[in-house]
Design a protein. Structure first.
Length: 237
């Protein structure tokens, strides 16, 4: 694909599901055990902070036991090899709050929904790498105040670095969506933005998503199969 120089990749829960990380929207997903409004809104945190902190402490502990799969590793390989090509750019925008892209070796990763492995101090606005529990209200390493919360974007909050994402999209030749439901905005609207700018679009998903009709091409199957196959193809086999 000699005409492809700049790539923006969006990843969702489907790429990490095969590593054993629960997805929120599947039949067995986390939201069946907890209502969204009870654990994933600012109002929930204000109403019952202990419930919210316990919920995210369990998620933070669980993801540290999981390992990147072949889809994460394939994207890390693409990131590494693309960086060697003069004038080529790549950005992995993930909706996931795990760190499996990084642990696989990818360097250019933007967590638009935050990450479990950060704590955000609501007193001093500093974000700190964090892999332990928050339920005991530990002090912020920066200011000493016990005002830490999970550094994740809850429903009703603005995703991170949207200007950077749209800037990368404007420069892209190819937009690829991997393992996403096509139901959560603003990420679900990226494909329409790309199409409006006449950017080539590709969906790699277990099955057709809610936004499949917007893509020039959709390939269906497990991420651990379709992602490595596509990476081999775009790198020239």
């Amino acid at each position: 694909m000699a005409d492809i120089r700049n790539i923006v990749i969006l990843t969702g829960a489907g790429i990490s599901a095969e590593s054993g990380i629960d997805t929120f929207r599947d039949a067995g997903g986390l939201w069946e055990q907890h209502k969204v409004e009870d654990v994933a809104t600012p109002e929930a945190f204000e109403r019952d902070p202990d419930l919210v902190l316990r919920f995210y402490d369990k998620r933070r502990e669980a993801i540290q036991t999981k390992q990147p799969n072949t889809a994460h590793k394939a994207l890390a390989r693409l990131d590494e090899e693309w960086a060697r090509k003069p004038g080529h750019e790549l950005l992995i925008v993930t909706q996931n709050v795990d760190d499996l892209h990084e642990r696989a070796g990818a360097g250019r990763v933007l967590h638009m929904h935050g990450t479990h492995l950060n704590a955000w101090c609501t007193a001093c606005d500093v974000r700190t790498p964090w892999n332990g529990p928050l339920i005991e209200r530990p002090p912020c390493p920066a200011c000493g105040t016990s005002a830490l919360r999970p550094d994740v974007v809850w429903f009703g909050e603005m995703p991170y670095e949207m200007e950077r994402i749209y800037s990368a999209l404007r420069e892209a030749d190819l937009f690829v969506s991997i393992g996403t439901s096509g139901a959560v905005y603003p990420a679900a609207g990226f494909v329409q933005e790309a199409r409006s700018m006449r950017i080539r679009t590709l969906e790699l998903n277990l099955e057709a998503s809610m936004g499949s009709r917007w893509f020039h091409e959709s390939r269906h199957g497990p991420a651990t199969e379709v992602v490595p196959q596509w990476v081999e193809e775009i790198l020239g086999g």
